[in-house]
Design a protein around this ligand. Sequence first.
Ligand code: NZQ
Ligand code: ZN
Length: 386
Amino acid sequence: MRNFELYVPTKMIFGEGEIKKLATEAPKDKKILLLYGGGSIKKNGIYDQVIKALKDHTFIEFSGIEANPEYKTLLKALEIIKREDIGYMLAVGGGSVIDGTKFLASAALYNGDNPWDILSKKIRTFKGLPFGAVLTLPATGSEMNSGAVVSRSETNEKLVMGGPGLFAEFSICDPTVVRSIPKRQLANGLADAYTHVLEQYMTYPADGPLQDRFSEGILQTLLEIAPEVIEDPTNYRAASNFMWCCTMALNGYIQKGVPTDWSVHVIAHELTAIYGIDHARTLAVILPKAYEKKFEQKKEKLAQYAERVLNIQEGSLEEKARAAIEGIEKFYKSLGIDTRLRDYTDSYEGFAQHVEKSLLEHGLTALGEHQDITPKVAAEIVEMSY
Ligand code: NZQ
Ligand code: ZN
């Protein structure tokens, strides 16, 4: 196994009715900025629970953080943080609101002139403005990791940032929030979490049997509960397991000591940047073709996945590996998620060349567990996915 360090300081507060614990978790001696998205929390009762819990706190609100949080919007919040002398933030939302809050945590203490540099120059954040989170949408794992993704539509960019200063101090995860999530977002959450596990698992055998079994356990659980979650989001057993799977899929644990891929995410972000396609759906477009392209390098883990997760025992290693790719695509489709770019847009001609140029410009020139996915190879994968 490879050497590693694991630092995950977020206090997780999980379960029905736990939002009330904000009353004691959020600091009373600091002015808080309460951040949320387009308003779903006002319709499903989460906002009311939050406001009730914060009755003895000093806070102001900032709403309107969009799905795929926009740099321009976040700059408005940054101005408020500085003007109002905000000392703490509370993110109430899904990955977009939490990621937006992480950008603000970094930007609020950043000394440079241009906060976009944090993303474009890959500046890691070692200390950020502290924040807590109330998760309203299981998917990204942002509630327990230190990564964030920010979009800038005027330049068609979607870039990642991170660093040990960007963990939420606490995250409250009440699975009853799943009840109000539209089917499309439920499907996105399931597919995103599933893909997060694959990005950390589908590489090559690397003497990490525990990491493999953690991953296979999450994948099997997601396969098992997916139909139940989609069918009935009020099913607490399914919702709570869905929520915990999403967190565990990307809180750092399963990737320690083993190689990881992440090329699918990096390439897929380009699809959201240009076409505005939901994050999870972009993964479903890129992943099957990325695995076809890298078949020879991934076939052993693909076959292991077929055996252990899909229980396919017949056939050669190559046949099992091919069945694995088919099985993954079938899972996306079972969630109602299309797996070709042409299903989302007619104007895909030339997109592969755009991806090649964009990856090159952003210095993303050696992706994948072998760092051999160059911008040119990425473009070939994109072309296969049309
Ligand atoms: O804005 P509101 O009105 O709240 O509506 C949201 C939004 O439109 C709605 N929603 C959230 N909770 C709800 C709800 N609707 C009803 N009931 C609820 N309880 O759902 C919509 C999507 O929300 P969003 O936060 O955008 O979804 P998600 O959690 O999938 O986050 C996606 C973003 O996270 C990034 C993605 O790239 C994308 O920008 N990612 C972040 C990662 C991380 N930080 O580790 C990793 C991921 O791979 C991903 O890249
Ligand atoms: Zn993702």
